[in-house]
Design a protein around this ligand. Structure first.
Ligand code: ADP
Ligand code: MG
Length: 439
């Protein structure tokens, strides 16, 4: 952070007024479920995006990033979907969305502007959500930088403590702002998982986010205490086709939701899908049954059948149902079935591997690098492994015995070298903390 402040001063000829930061996140379980009303289980990472900022009073937003060559500047009043591009669409998009969502506690004063300098340790495009880390830290920076101008502009001042972590209601709104900026200005159709994780997590805890109502529940998943480690493997495989592939799957979900006349796909599953009273094997069978029954029921209904009729569509929807039931089970394991035992961890690993099979076989969202990483981890004795994020590239998460961490990583590196894949990067998973003001 000291280096960023010094760089800010060198570039902009003066100290920043503050530095804000937000974490990347790792989603332990639940892909393609956030926009379908399911639950996800992200945990904040120690990798963060920092934004050093200084107030300007001329309505201009100027931004530079240590990760990007391109500098950008625009009048905030003129920023709109379609007229900002590249990485500045994320930063400018936040300012636009804050004004768009209107509320006098979030809108920016007319003469408000800022100089921003961004730096990050979150791998960009690695499925750990550098985008939400940038959006969330920018949202905090813009809102807090605007404080001195708010009273004169008849806008609501910030509460005591600013946008601090205690103010979950405000942070939930900033998560919505960030998602809006990403969807409508940056043009990436993400759900709310990344932004909620960056802004509303508790330090060192995973979050279960229920996307029916955006309620959150902190869950302690302390692998280290159990002699285990989460290993994150950034495969660095290019996300080619990722945008179109994600969009087509998302569109399929929206078509079925509309045809079924429900608010979201989660509403098609029964309320209770965790089977907390059953052991691992019985719960697995119950899960498969409930997913297949729900799919069959969909197909029996003519309006839905026409939208799920095609085989690929059906398997895509099956993946969404599968990951929904897997997350509910994981939540039940760590919340309802205390104490956590060896069997709990073994089952969590199995849930990971089951989710990967679903992403690979039903959603068709895997690729060779991801499968090789998962299969190698499992062959090395991992309790479970899965691709994380939207797929088609990005990272793999494995749950391994602590003393198997290095041999497993080595085996993956060897397997990649043997096949001529780009060398993977290994990221030890340590606890992170939510977005905050750092200085
Ligand atoms: P990820 O999985 O990392 O979120 P995305 O494609 O969603 O991948 O977001 C990556 C994009 O976010 C980058 O192409 C860039 O536009 C923007 N971005 C992320 N981090 C930074 C940064 N440190 N500086 C500038 N732009 C960034
Ligand atoms: Mg992203």
């Amino acid at each position: 952070m000291a280096a960023l402040r010094a760089e800010f001063t060198a570039r902009f000829g003066g100290e920043p007024d503050g530095v804000w930061s937000a974490p990347g996140r790792l989603n332990l379980l639940g892909e393609y479920v956030d926009f379908n009303g399911g639950s996800c289980m992200p945990t904040p990472l120690p990798y963060r995006t920092l934004v050093a900022g200084r107030l300007r009073r001329d309505g201009v937003l100027h931004a530079e990033s240590l990760q990007m060559a391109e500098h950008a500047e625009a009048r905030i009043a003129e920023i709109a979907p379609g007229n900002v591009s590249g990485w500045f669409a994320y930063v400018g998009g936040v300012a636009w969305a804050m004004n768009q969502q209107g509320g006098a506690d979030i809108a920016l004063p007319a003469e408000f502007g800022a100089d921003l300098l961004v730096d990050s340790t979150v791998p960009v495009g690695g499925g750990l959500s550098s985008s939400a880390a940038l959006l969330s830290s920018t949202a905090l920076a813009l809102l807090e930088l605007s404080c001195p101008l708010r009273a004169a502009a008849a806008l609501v001042p910030l509460p005591v403590g600013g946008c601090g972590p205690d103010n979950d209601a405000l942070r939930a709104r900033l998560a919505a702002v960030s998602m809006d900026a990403e969807n409508r200005v940056a043009g990436a159709r993400t759900g709310g998982l990344d932004h909620t994780a960056a802004l509303r997590s508790l330090p060192g805890e995973a979050l279960v986010i229920d996307f029916r109502d955006l309620s959150i529940e902190a869950v302690r998943i302390d692998a280290t205490g159990a002699g285990l480690k989460f290993l994150v493997i950034d495969t660095r495989a290019p996300h080619d086709l990722a945008d179109g592939q994600y969009s087509s799957r998302r569109q399929a979900c929206e078509d079925v939701t509309r045809a079924a006349g429900v608010e979201n796909l989660r509403a098609l599953l029964p309320a209770e899908i965790a089977f907390p009273e059953l052991d691992a094997a019985a719960a697995r069978t119950a899960r498969h049954l409930v997913v297949e029954e729900t799919l069959d029921r969909c197909v029996a209904e003519p309006s839905i059948r026409d939208s799920v009729g095609e085989r690929t569509l059906r398997t895509w929807i099956r993946h969404v149902f599968t990951d929904m039931v897997l997350v509910e089970r994981a939540r039940a394991l760590f919340v309802d079935r205390m104490p956590v035992t060896e069997a709990t961890w073994a089952e969590l690993g199995e849930l990971f591997t089951e989710s990967h099979a679903s992403m690979r076989d039903d959603l068709g969202a895997s690729r060779a690098e991801l499968d090789v990483a998962v299969d190698t981890c499992l062959a090395e004795g991992a309790l479970g492994a899965r691709l994380v994020g939207g797929g088609f590239g990005g990272a793999v998460l494995a749950l391994v015995e602590a003393d198997r961490l290095n041999p497993t990583a080595q085996a993956v590196a060897d397997a990649f070298a043997e096949r001529g894949f780009v060398s993977p990067v290994f990221l030890p998973l340590a606890p992170g903390r939510p977005a905050d003001r750092d200085a």
